[in-house]
Design a protein around this ligand. Structure first.
Ligand SMILES: C[S@@+](CC[C@H](N)C(=O)[O-])C[C@H]1O[C@@H](n2cnc3c(N)ncnc32)[C@H](O)[C@@H]1O
Length: 284
């Protein structure tokens, strides 16, 4: 581990503790546009360290940015991981709204972090919302958030987060929606795809949607004979989310399984994914 990676997380934690008026001053659009290009400052200027409006609304903690080396001490594994940052709730909702009737499906967030997508999923008629993450601390926070949401909305689907490396995970069966917000690189993504393909081939999963927000490794799923495209677009951040994430818009691509497939409804579902770097992809 380098000196830079050792110091990075305490530095980010320090910035996260600054009062919001100071963070807002640092994040003025002109300053942000320049500073976000400086690798060392990119994390600070991502806006992820500010308390997201979603957290203020529900009294939970899904904000923050956790560096890959703070998530995982094994250097080889850490090299494949993306840092923790929460996805934008309005983008998750718009993606889930394309799916149609998902009553009784199991929602699974691969790399759930503090559980923001699990909480959004609990607004929908899923049977259960499951999250898997490699970080013990993030899963602990996700389950604390789930408890707070269950107290406030007792009729919602249960949420459960589990500490698990996706490479060791058993995939759920039945009808499943897998959600991901760029959790890791192509090697682990291929491992995940093989698990899903096996479950589809042996009938454990009957129908599957893969909802991939920021689809950096989207070509892995495009290469599968068991999947086909359902939807592809760039979604703008909602106005109130601008400045609370690294971008202003995000690519979302959705695949469904060939087995149990629903009729295609989105004409431009095959739009091309262009990957800028390991943290960012766009849909053209
Ligand atoms: C970009 S964050 C997304 C968090 C959450 N899904 C969201 O959208 O708000 C990616 C998450 O994937 C997790 N992750 C990375 N590699 C993993 C692995 N091999 N197994 C399980 N979780 C992993 C990280 O710990 C991190 O919390």
């Amino acid at each position: 581990m380098t000196l830079r990676s050792t110091l990075k997380q305490p530095f980010l934690n320090g910035v996260a503790k600054l009062p919001d008026f100071m963070q807002r001053a640092m994040l003025t659009p002109q300053l942000r546009r320049i500073c976000i290009r400086v690798p060392l400052l990119r994390a600070v200027y991502s806006g992820c360290l500010r308390r997201h409006p979603f957290d203020l609304q529900f009294g939970i903690d899904t904000s923050g940015l956790v560096d890959a080396f703070a998530l995982q001490r094994d250097q080889r594994l850490a090299d494949q991981l993306s840092p923790y940052m929460g996805s934008q709730p309005t983008i998750i909702r718009r993606a889930l709204d394309t799916l149609g009737d998902i009553s009784g499906y199991t929602f699974v967030d691969i790399g759930c972090g503090k559980g923001r997508p699990l909480i959004v999923a609990s607004e929908y008629p899923f049977a259960v919302a499951l999250g898997y993450d490699i970080s013990i601390d993030l899963v602990k926070t996700a389950n604390e958030n789930a408890t707070a949401i269950a107290r406030r909305f007792p009729a919602r689907a249960p949420i459960c987060a589990v500490v698990e490396n996706v490479a060791d995970m058993a995939v759920p069966c039945g009808n499943v929606v897998v959600f991901m917000f760029n959790p890791f690189g192509p090697e682990l993504m291929t491992t995940l795809l093989h698990k899903l393909e096996e479950a589809l081939a042996n009938g454990a999963i009957q129908h599957l949607f893969v909802v991939y927000d920021n689809p950096v490794c989207g070509d892995v799923f495009d290469g599968s004979e068991h999947l086909k495209r359902w939807f592809a677009t760039m979604f703008d951040y909602d106005q109130h989310e601008l400045g609370f994430g690294p971008e202003e818009r995000e690519g979302v691509v959705i695949w469904q399984s060939v087995s149990g497939a629903r009729p295609d409804v989105f004409a431009d579902r095959n739009r091309r994914i262009t990957t800028k770097d390991k943290l960012s992809a766009a849909v053209e």
